[in-house]
Ligand binder design. Sequence first.
Ligand code: PEP
Ligand code: MG
Length: 756
Amino acid sequence: MRGALVGPRVLLRRLREVMSEPANAQARLDRIVVLIANNMVAEVCSVYVARADNTLELYATEGLNREAVHLTTMRLDEGLVGLIAREAQPLALSDAQSHPAFSYKPETGEEIYASFLGVPILRGGNALGVLVVQNRAARVYSEEEIEALQTTAMVLAEMIAGGELESLARPGSGGTVVRRSLALMAQPIAEGVGLGHAVLHEPRVEIKNLVADDPEHELKRLQSALELLRASIDDLMDSGGLSHAGEHRDVLETFRMFAQDRGWIRRLQEAIHTGLTAEAAVERVQSDVRARLLRQTDPYLRERLHDLDDLANRLLHQLTGAAFTLAAENLPENAILVARAMGPAALLEYQRLRLRGLILEEGGATSHVAIVARALGIPTVGKAEGIIGLVEPGDAIIIDGTTGEIQVRPQPDIEAAYAEKARLRARRQEQYRALRDKPAVSKDGQPIDLQMNAGLLVDLANLDDTGAVGVGLFRTEILFMVAPSLPRAQAQEALYRTIIDIAGKRPVTFRTLDIGGDKVLPYLRKVDEENPALGWRAVRIGLDRPALLRTQFRALLGAAPDRDLRIMLPMVATLEEFDMAQAMLARERERLRRLNRSQPKQVQLGVMLEVPSLLFDLDQVFERVDFVSVGTNDLMQFMFAVDRENTLVSNRFDPLHPSFLRPLRRVAEAAQRSGKKASICGEMAGRPLEALALLGLGFRSFSMSPSNVGPIKALVRAVDLAALERFVLERLDSVDRARNLRAELSEFAAAHDLSF
Ligand code: PEP
Ligand code: MG
């Protein structure tokens, strides 16, 4: 073993000097490897950089053959260096050549070196390269040395991420990994193609000073920042405050736990001892944690990573004094917003016209922000795992909200293909817009009622844009979700009145609050349930806590003097529930009469059919209610026992399966018998093949996302309904039928020149 470690702080200081000298990138890198080798008393120091083509290239070396620089490359599954990059973990060996992963590269001349220490060059948990030192003699590297080399690697991470080494890459390699094109798959949330540049919803805290001269001072800074952090978490918990969207009590509990975690704090302190500033230490430790947890498949541990990310971020804000700014101010043109999670109100703060798309790392299709994104027509994808760590602000990004594809730093041909796709879509929408004022009448003259779903005031502009004849489903809970506190009766009345006024002559069907399950209001206490979808939600809450439903009825009645008012109840499972709600509504109308206040001209109360129990009582249902609207999203979920939120199972069953279509046929028949209207307001109504099936079953009234109104209208106008009905019923009535109707409906569409 040769001499002792001179001290990482000295090395860091020298590195800082090298970084500030005017020199080209290669010369700088060459100086850096010499400095590290000297400081670590090693004969060899080499830097391997991860390239866009998933290989590692030798960028600089002291001790190995210089000719090998930019010549030696290895795959990620090759050699010790590949292993370190893959696992993002340091590796220290006193006899490297006996390790099974050792791979000999003759051009480097490394066979004479016995011991080997390599650390990943990490940024945000991703390996951008590998830093290696080697010694001729067999020796054991100490913990301090490993720690010191990891700290040193941070400086290299900055160089690579900053793009300084791009010009050095071997021609044809596509540059370093930070410029790598990535194609990822996420969950489609709101359709449309968006091309633009990444903007992080929560900008990263920029660390200006990596190296510190006085570790004692840095330790003190860390200590006081941690204390402030703990105090602020306690404050938040005491006040029940929710400064950030999505912050719940249990998250705060986890924060508090980590903020007191000795292991975490010790690692921060150790990183400071190697010469880093407190903020750089936080970043380094967090990068290690990310690297480890990103490679975990356990969802619980991955969840903890998010909590730790949040905590580290708060600590960085404390230490650097950076304000918690969101990107909403100074939003560039063509922004693709990238957020880990986001509340609906935050999205509304962005200038809509500058937003080309939204990527959510955590949120899924029914998250509140997803609902708002759809309402605003922003192409959106969700559940994009690890996306925050994979993009740098300003990176070119494309998303396809219909398929869920994300292209990060796309190659020019990919970009051109998507640009064409976006143009095509725009052209098609232009054609649909031309249908706006044309009636939705089938080729054989049958009128179809096409309405749209809404949930925010901004949605209502779509009535004019799409030519929808009304709002068939107004999800009132969305108004509540974006409100900072529970809207009181008067505020609700004003909102409903505005909606009714904007709609004018067009009918609006208000659905009473469908909260509970996954839809929680940030200002109401969340009830922990094992099975929230089957739990205390929607009309169940309304009946158990009548003040909420009563207030809503009162506000709705007050908002529609001399108008027609349509209200429907979500998640009704038995007729008693309908009766109770109806009685409550009757009492409210009676109250208006007593007070001599003007009444709506007519009040209609309907139910959503989304719990299968109602399917067995259809005639009684239609006798009692004024109308029925089938919520196929939930009906599918409960009929097939598949969680609509769980992507592992949510697409397992096809709504075009006879076991779903046959009961729907019963609904259409019962509606016809009763002379009352049954419409469909689930997503199914807006999908062309599904809409064909529903038309074939006898449904004549639909409510759908605004963007689907045009395409479905075009379909309606082109279809011969009598022929379609015959076609669908014939197939449904054959008893041995066990396959879905998808292929046959496509054939029908092709044979009848229906394009979509
Ligand atoms: C449904 O369940 O089909 C529906 C329209 O309601 P939501 O999607 O709001 O649950
Ligand atoms: Mg529903």
